[in-house]
Design a protein around this ligand. Sequence first.
Ligand code: SAM
Length: 470
Amino acid sequence: MATARALKLLTLSFPSLLRPPQLSWVRGGSVAFRSPPLVSRSRCVGARFLSSSKGDASVEETTTTTTTKKKMKKKKEKKEKGKGKGKVEGGNGGGGTAMEALLKRRTRSSRELDDETVQQLLGVSSHIPVLLGEVLDVFSSRKLRSFADCTVGAAGHSSAIIQAHPELQCYLGMDVDPMAHQMAKNKIDSLLHDDSSSTSSNLRGYFLLRNFRFIKSVVDEVGDKLMDSGLDGILMDLGVSSMQVNNAERGFSVLNDGPLDMRMDPQASLKAEDILNSWPESEVGRILREYGEESNWFSLQKKIVKSRLRGGLHSTKDLVGLIQNSTPRTKGRQGWIKTATRVFQALRIAVNDELKTLQDSLYSCFECLAPGGRLAVISFHSLEDRIVKQTFLDIVRGKINDEDGELSEEMKSDLTSTITNDNDKEVWIRQIIQGERGRILTKRPITPSEQEEKLNRRSRSAKLRVIEKI
Ligand SMILES: C[S@@+](CC[C@H](N)C(=O)[O-])C[C@H]1O[C@@H](n2cnc3c(N)ncnc32)[C@H](O)[C@@H]1O
């Protein structure tokens, strides 16, 4: 019955003036008011930056020119000459190529896309969930009674998971972006009002506008018994959404002029222009070098600091102009665009304190899991993926993250073993790294199928890693 199934919106009352109301809903249950704890808000909140894969699509389109292709072909030929031709696990190409080397370190998904997903990828939806089928596979064998989406975004993954698990009783959706938070809430709200949907009538849902680094306190705050006893599934789909990149006012886009902002959380105080116009010169250089992996970092650092004498940089156009002037003309348009993409990436990491946030949050998420619960993480560039890979290893080996965020080696043991999965039911699991506290179900990360990559260019560098708590 529509009225009985109606979603009741709950505004969590709370004393903080720092953020707008958090909403949660209870479907078919009673509505209660709760106050969130007074968690300290970090100046810079975690987020993902514009990466070459998930960033501005128009930027990507312009970067492959004939010259580059020729250069790449030459490079590839050179590499092929120097290599043997072995068979590659998880690969699907010929032997001995650079692509083959890459495939050795990942497992390309062989999952075929269904019609509905293809429609989404063809642009019916404004935001396309990456590796959607693969994420559904991760949780399909589990009785998912409680689930948290740490990066709810446009609720693409969440909607699909809620529909695929009618047994779900408790759902938590988090995001730092108020627009995404509202959009996700509306979407799931209407999904639950839809009588034809297969969602549970006893589903309790909570939406919180909060950084996922606070997941532990959010779980306490919500106070749902089921979540308190541990979550059966958690998802982190890192990065910016299309909505964020396409909104020039957010400052994420290289090609659209906007303020030098780049905050994922509009209430955080640090903006990209603060770094560019007032941070110590050496710090500006470090960010470009470490977070952007930009080889021309020193010259850019000098120019950025020099621009302060003329009033500084205040718009993305100002920054892009400086980059264009620092890039040799011979490199053409794609030369400065690549540099700009790296510089934007570096600034976004710094503004949102992404890497530290990610590492700490992986530990926190793991702690929130119930025994047998799974944490799935989709990353989009190597700095992030390296952190996910290493932190998962540290977790299964027993390394702990104490209250101050310091890593302790005390419990560390190297008692991990690699097991080949011979379970027919979960064919996506190839090799498992078994440790004392958990199992890494993806020794190599899962990457999108060729079909998905073709349909959605932004998915190209996505990597999915999954850990299960013992
Ligand atoms: C790629 S989108 C997620 C898309 C979503 N999976 C979907 O299917 O629609 C990433 C989202 O994560 C959010 N986000 C990034 N860093 C975050 C953080 N540290 N805490 C909470 N949300 C974060 C961003 O605001 C963005 O909305």
